[in-house]
Design a protein around this ligand. Structure first.
Ligand SMILES: [Zn+2]
Length: 224
């Protein structure tokens, strides 16, 4: 096994445990994966508690041929992960949760409008809802990947959330952001209604964060 694959296996296991610790999944629900190369990825095993599997229990899947290597059966949503990697060469990791507030919106088949600056930065607009399909089906894989498009996350009707990123950290933080934003959206409904950001504001925020937020060589001491 290449050294990088060993490290990636450890990261996937660690991220799975973080999903449980942060309340984004319970029991054996949800799954996650990380890309190994152009066609292969690592995915969590089916029906195993996140605390109970280690790096050696992950499945290596060839997304083109469907060939699975490893001692366990892969997640039932492996086809969904494969569909996303096929359509999105820029995606390095996929995180699927059933987090409570985002899944409430998914159950109502309501998209999550772009109501937070952080959503503008991470998603550049609303998080859409893929139409309902049976869990584990090719139909679900296709509709989720298509509805995700070039976005950062998608809700699965009556099911949960899929967040993607260039690496595991980005996909994880997007999964958390979807949940946090869904919670904010639903809380805002108790005092009126959350107001979505308009397109000009979203574009401005995206540009601002790309050019002015964080540490840029040669700049002064400003910002959060
Ligand atoms: Zn699921």
């Amino acid at each position: 096994m290449p050294r990088d694959e060993g490290r990636l296996r450890k990261e996937v296991v660690e991220c799975g445990r973080r999903l449980v610790a942060r309340g984004l999944v319970t029991g054996t629900a949800g799954n996650l994966s990380a890309r190994l190369d152009a066609v292969r990825f690592l995915v969590t095993p089916s029906g195993m508690d996140y605390e109970r599997f280690g790096p050696g229990d992950l499945c290596a899947v060839n997304g083109e041929t469907g060939e699975v290597t490893g001692p366990r059966r892969p997640s039932i949503e492996t086809g969904l992960h494969a569909a996303v990697y096929r359509l999105r060469p820029d995606v390095g990791a996929v995180v699927h949760t059933h987090s409570l507030f985002a899944t409430a919106l998914a159950a109502a088949r309501r998209e999550l409008p772009c109501i937070l600056d952080a959503m503008a930065v991470q998603f550049g607009g609303p998080v859409p809802v893929a139409r309902y399909a049976i869990p584990g089906s090719k139909d679900l894989a296709d509709s989720a990947a298509r509805t995700l498009g070039d976005g950062g996350a998608v809700l699965l009707a009556n099911h949960g959330v899929v967040a993607v990123g260039g690496d595991l950290e980005e996909a994880m933080s997007r999964a958390e952001l979807v949940e946090r934003a869904a919670q904010t959206f639903l809380l805002a409904a108790s005092v009126g209604k959350a107001v979505p950001l308009d397109n000009d504001s979203i574009r401005w925020i995206q540009t601002f964060f790309r050019t002015s937020y964080g540490q840029h060589p040669g700049q002064g001491k400003e910002g959060e």
